[in-house]
Ligand binder design. Sequence first.
Ligand code: ZN
Length: 616
Amino acid sequence: MQQEGHLHLFTWSIQLSASPEELWPFVSDTNQIFRLLGAPSVKKTQLTRSAPKGFIEVTNSHLSSYSLWEQEPYFWEKPYRYGTTRNYKVGLIKQMKYQVDLIPNKDGTLLNTRVWITPARQQLFFFAKFYIERVLKLRYFRILREYDKCSSQQLLRYELNNPKTLVRGAESRINKIKKTLIEETKRKRIINHLINFIKKADDEDLVRIHPFHLAEYWGEKKYSVLNVFLHAAKLDFLDFNWDVCCPNCKAPKSTVRKLKEVRTSHYCEECDLDFELDFNTNTHMVFTPHPLIRKISRRRYSFGEPNTTSHKIAQHFLTIGESKYLDVKLEEGTYLVRSHNHKGHLVLHAREDGIDTFSVYLKNEDFNGQEIEVSTSPNITLINNSSKKQVCFIEKKDWKQEATYASEVGSAHDFRSLFPRETLKEGTNVKASGVTMLFTDLMNSTELYRTEGDEFAIGRVMSHFKIIQQIIAEERGGIVKTIGDSVMAVFREPVSALKAVERIQQIFTGSTGIGDSFKIKAGIHFGDCTTVNLNDRTDYFGTTVNIAARLVDIAKEKEIIISEAVFEHPDVQLYLNKKKEILFVKEDKIELKGFKDEAFKVKQIRLERPPLRLVV
Ligand SMILES: [Zn+2]
């Protein structure tokens, strides 16, 4: 420890074997680290509202250890460093600053932690110093070694935990539930994973469980894991809630148990932003253990740390005229540069061969949406040329890929049949931006009825609906309704709808035995819709739906008609390119009567191999 006047600096270094990237999700979770260190839980005070943007006022939750501080926004550069400063208003210390650096080397990572403390009264600090050096440091290193073990073996932390205390009688309830779950879902492996997770995970990892995140970790299909979670919720092993997140800072701003309780207008204090509930972009279904199985604490030990906004890869606080050099590692993809005081953003496209060095100037004017191709390990300099202090950050454009969005689960077959009453309040209109609508139609049902007789044909048509429903569910979509021989389905993303319909076509129009006599066609469009509860069922209305319905009308046998909007979506482009051997795309212009733009550009996709030709 060094001492400069009244400032004490503690420097702790430890060599770990995992890489900075592997360690980052663990070491950037200061909420967990502070809890494991034995720190008291904290809460934001009322004054947080009047603090400058990005700053929060924090106090201990227990009166016995009273202290109050203003916390500067955390700074971080993933996966190399993070830190923050606390300016105390009440307490034994005046200021505490800390910074953690992860320095890659040939053996893994050298993790350096520096803590600067300015005590309020020197004499009292003598004892604190002893505690910090002799107790906290050892505890901290023990936590880091455990994180290192998880990171290098690619384990989630719960796997190394001992089972936690469950509610009395929970063990026998779990055994009964397990038996029923296996009977209902036939997915024993996932059920075992889930039970093990609920028994062993730390409280903070059980507040919001995302099934798709665990599916990836367990190496299971997302659809199958969601299926087990929904059944487990029905059997009171799990509970679920709906989170409505702020579109700006992405933090959950309202959590309700039932969709009927959800409000459509919301406000984020931190961002000073009014926003609307959106079924397709900011409403997630999250799970938690049922209170009769395991009680969890929702206490917080830290606020604003990098882990809570993991879509942000870097954040810095800059005073007027200050510049900061950033050290980050990007994956290929799209990132946005934003700030708390500016509207708009800059777009960064990270590519291996993008430019290496560039500067971002923060001015008084808003960002203009400029797009730059940058390398995956760029040298970025942030320069604050504005007349205000700024919090500037770089975030991944697609956040929360692992979340379960209301649009994808709201019409899902499992969800509808297990929780039929779980819909929006009647009379509530909810936005669903950029949602994808798929219509399929069975063209020759009249012919089927005539040639095969009513009884046989009805059975075949019904089983055709079942197969379609199964495929749509596996591609994370849901059937909104069936209209005659037509299916209307909703997806969160256009490429999922395309994948589903491609599989449907393959089954029904391929030369497989099931359906060579079925003639199916489809139409896909995406855009904004309105979600409502119609007869206790989630339904969608708007031009997007009407256009998708028209597209299936003009499609011919074995054809999928997609709008230009769908065709130009980057994921669809990528998919069509990969599948160009079997999906044939032809451009066409059609007239959609009654729509503003009557000449509507569409793409016809056919899935048929050109006949084999033998060349002798
Ligand atoms: Zn916000």
